[in-house]
Design a protein around this ligand. Structure first.
Ligand SMILES: *Cc1c(COP(=O)(O)O)cnc(C)c1O
Length: 385
């Protein structure tokens, strides 16, 4: 039998059949009326997910392209920025800003913990001359499976005039985020996480204040120039040839999101997280992060003493067709990460846990056979009662 795969990654995530069919549609003229209709439908759908009236620009790029656009358009060389980092993706924002010539101050928190809003408040209060032009925050840190309390962090920034720039590539659509309600200036998201479409698109929501910064920004930019994108968006186009299949797919996935409804989608992600956590614990394994900050999108599991995380992953893949992610950077081979965002259901989690039990036994760990699945079933049942 051709190997069946369970893609349990924090991106790319599984693509629903409806969306796969949409990907196969013939190309259209990106300067014609059909495209204008498509773009306006997509933009309206994205605004609902972002919970915003702000403009949303779509780039044909990986999520990191959206992050780069969020630096290139709003931060001028020599300006000071504060990057709050709790892991690999926070570090990436700092590195991008550095390469664009910003004076980067990093506020680091230990990997596996969340950012402390009080520390941010304190730091910004010290900035009497308002030197800091932007604060960069990761909403959901995919490398550790920690979700920052974005609302509290935004509140902590208070009246400080710095732009508040958020990477929610793995957060948006899996957990609560209120672009307008929380007064977020720039929010970056990507296609291959909770949007259930293949990699290749990034989205960036831009507030009025951020547009003002973009006008004044002295960075060189051409492809990423967000002002150009806005000019074209006004006539229902993009400056350069868009990724048409991805956009057709996005229109379909946004319909699915509307049908299920955001509150139910978020509740589903929370339930899947709780199933994974209960299951992993019942198996006798440890989780990297505490319950209070645990992500709806991805769960980091510590490999048991004496067993390499990558050995467990290999067996999961080779014998059972279950694909989970490894640890990044300093967590390499120490953890593995189970993605549970996008087109994922309870049965996928049960299958993953059942396979994990067997893979652990294959690696010589005395897993409590059946206990992981059972604990997850109890969580799922409790949610329907
Ligand atoms: C996936 C992800 C990105 C973008 O990754 P790409 O590989 O560039 O698409 C950025 N930030 C976070 C938090 C992510 O999870």
């Amino acid at each position: 039998m051709e190997e069946k795969q369970y893609l349990m990654l924090p991106g790319p995530t599984p693509v629903p059949p409806r969306v796969l069919r949409a990907l196969a549609k013939p190309m259209i003229n990106h300067r014609g009326p059909e495209f204008k209709t498509l773009l306006s439908e997509i933009t309206a759908g994205l605004k609902e997910v972002f919970r915003t009236e702000n403009d949303i620009i779509i780039y044909p790029s990986a999520g990191t392209g959206g992050m780069e656009a969020a630096v290139a358009n709003f931060i001028s060389p020599g300006e000071k920025v504060l990057v709050v980092s709790i892991g690999n993706f926070g570090d990436r924002f700092a590195e991008i800003a550095r390469r664009f010539g910003a004076r980067v101050e990093k506020m680091d928190f230990a990997w596996g913990t969340a950012a402390d809003p009080a520390a941010l408040e304190e730091r910004l209060k010290e900035d009497k001359d308002k030197e800091i032009k932007a604060v960069f925050v990761t909403h959901n840190e995919t490398s550790t499976g920690v979700t920052n309390d974005l609302k509290a962090l935004r509140k902590a920034a208070g009246e400080h005039p710095a732009l508040f720039i958020v990477d929610s590539v793995s957060g948006l659509g899996a957990m609560e985020l209120e672009t307008d309600g929380w007064n977020l200036d720039v929010v970056v998201a990507g296609s291959q996480k909770s949007f259930m479409i293949p990699p290749g698109l990034s989205f960036i929501a831009v507030s009025r204040r951020a547009w003002e910064a973009a006008e004044k920004c002295t960075n060189a930019r051409y492809y990423w120039d967000i002002r150009e994108a806005r000019k074209y968006a006004e006539k229902g186009q993009t400056p350069y040839t868009p990724a048409l299949p991805q956009l057709t797919a996005l229109a379909e996935s946004l319909r699915m999101i509307k049908e299920e409804g955001l509150p139910r989608i978020i509740a589903r992600h929370r339930r899947l997280r709780d199933m994974v956590r209960a299951g992993v614990r019942a198996l006798g394994l440890e989780l990297l992060v505490k319950d209070e900050i645990a992500s709806n999108a991805v769960t980091a599991v510590c490999a048991p003493a004496g067993i390499e995380a990558d050995a467990i992953r290999r067996l999961l893949r080779e014998r059972y067709g279950v694909i989970v992610a490894g640890g990044q950077n300093k967590l390499k081979n120490k953890i593995f990460r189970i993605g549970h965002l996008g087109y994922v259901c309870e049965t996928d989690i049960l299958a993953t846990l059942a396979a994990l039990e067997m893979a652990l036994i294959g690696c010589g760990f005395k897993a409590n056979l059946g206990q992981g699945v059972r604990a997850a079933q109890e969580v799922a049942l409790a949610a329907t009662q």
